[in-house]
Design a protein around this ligand. Structure first.
Ligand SMILES: Cc1cc2nc3c(=O)[nH]c(=O)nc-3n(C[C@H](O)[C@H](O)[C@H](O)COP(=O)(O)OP(=O)(O)OC[C@H]3O[C@@H](n4cnc5c(N)ncnc54)[C@H](O)[C@@H]3O)c2cc1C
Length: 322
């Protein structure tokens, strides 16, 4: 086994998944610890341009070009990734914890008898030991877990856990000597069906103003909307508000809603329950407005305002407009 880190790239409809660049960034950290290099497996059919665009992040891209890899299927991808693991003999195989990744990774680990650590928010190597940070018990506890093996570790990393890699010089695309035996592929891609998108994409917003039960009644959402608009942002919510159908479920931030990382997150009348905080704690600047000075939201807020949100928002709006 070598010291390299093998990143399994993900792409769809001609675009790299954002999580792939996060894996590259984490791969660089791991490679610095193992003394190896980051290599990415890009599987596809006619995806040479994508392989080049990934090499622009300063890594060697092992490109497998095969007609059976035109779309993801666990059978074809599983075969190709297994062959690449044999070829590269990496220290760690990094896979995104996405629908594709949590299909692929257990199959790979099972078939090749490799240790699997899934849904990590961070990971590092200490000597030969893998130390993975994971959230357990319904996200109530975050713990570090050590796994020691002389086999390559398969790790799935939760999207949004690390900053994506920046472009860098020195990358290259290498055609990988891997062929897929189509007769052994038992699953096949039929069609991609997308859910109807009827609302904004909260995860893409730079500014989110979220309303909690502290806004007291549905009519007060208009004030939060106006405030969000003045900041060029969108309105999010804690779960009680979407449960009461004051806002659609797509606006819910937290463990059972969206994970967001905007530049600015304003929490209006939100207590800061751990299930809410799990979805917004990595925001750039967190401003919390709450009447209760001991509300847990102030533990994660960079700026805390103790007061009535229904009085504070109109005052700030007046200033913003002035
Ligand atoms: C399995 C599970 C999953 C969950 N998933 C999520 C999730 O994804 N997202 C989520 O949000 N929750 C989630 N929850 C619910 C979570 O535990 C909390 O109940 C919820 O986040 C509380 O919402 P809140 O802060 O709006 O309400 P509350 O806890 O009722 O807090 C209201 C806050 O407003 C303050 N306040 C009152 N009046 C004013 C005022 N006029 N001005 C300013 N502040 C005021 C109060 O001091 C209080 O802190 C989940 C729970 C479970 C069990």
């Amino acid at each position: 086994m070598g010291n390299d880190i093998l990143v399994v790239a993900e792409h769809m409809e001609g675009k790299l998944a954002p999580s792939t660049l996060e894996l590259v960034a984490k791969g660089r950290d791991l490679a610095a610890q193992s003394g190896g290099a980051v290599k990415a497996a890009l599987l596809g059919s006619g995806a040479g341009a994508l392989a080049q665009s990934l090499a622009a992040y300063g890594i060697e891209v092992l490109h497998v070009d095969d007609p059976s890899l035109v779309e993801y299927s666990d059978g074809a991808y599983g075969q190709a990734v297994r062959a690449l693991v044999d070829h590269v003999a990496p220290r760690v195989v990094l896979v995104a914890h996405t629908a594709q990744g949590y299909d692929l990774a257990p199959g790979l680990a099972g078939a090749a008898d490799l240790p699997l650590v899934s849904n990590c928010v961070d990971v590092r190597l200490e000597g030969g030991t893998l130390v993975a940070t994971r959230r357990v018990l319904n996200e109530k506890i975050q713990g570090e877990f050590e796994v020691a093996s002389d086999r390559p570790y398969v790790v799935t990393l939760r999207p949004g856990s690390v900053k994506p890699a920046e472009p860098a010089a020195g990358g290259q695309v290498t055609p990988a000597p891997v062929a897929v035996d189509a007769s052994k592929v038992r699953t096949k891609f039929l069609a991609l069906e997308r859910p109807q998108v009827s609302d904004i994409d909260l995860a893409a917003a730079d500014v989110i103003v979220s309303a909690g039960r502290g806004i007291q009644k549905k009519e007060n959402l208009a004030l939060v909307e106006e405030f969000a608009k003045a900041l060029g942002g969108v309105v999010g919510a804690s779960r009680p508000l979407t449960d009461m159908e004051w806002l659609p479920k797509t606006r819910q931030v937290g463990q059972s809603g969206k994970t967001v990382r905007p530049k600015l997150y304003v929490a209006c009348g939100i207590s800061g329950a751990m299930q809410h905080v799990a979805g917004m704690k990595d925001s750039g600047l967190i401003v919390a407005i709450n009447t209760d000075p001991s509300a847990p939201i102030f533990e994660v807020a960079h700026v805390g305002i103790v007061g009535n949100v229904l009085q504070i928002l109109p005052l700030v709006l007046k200033d913003l407009k002035g």
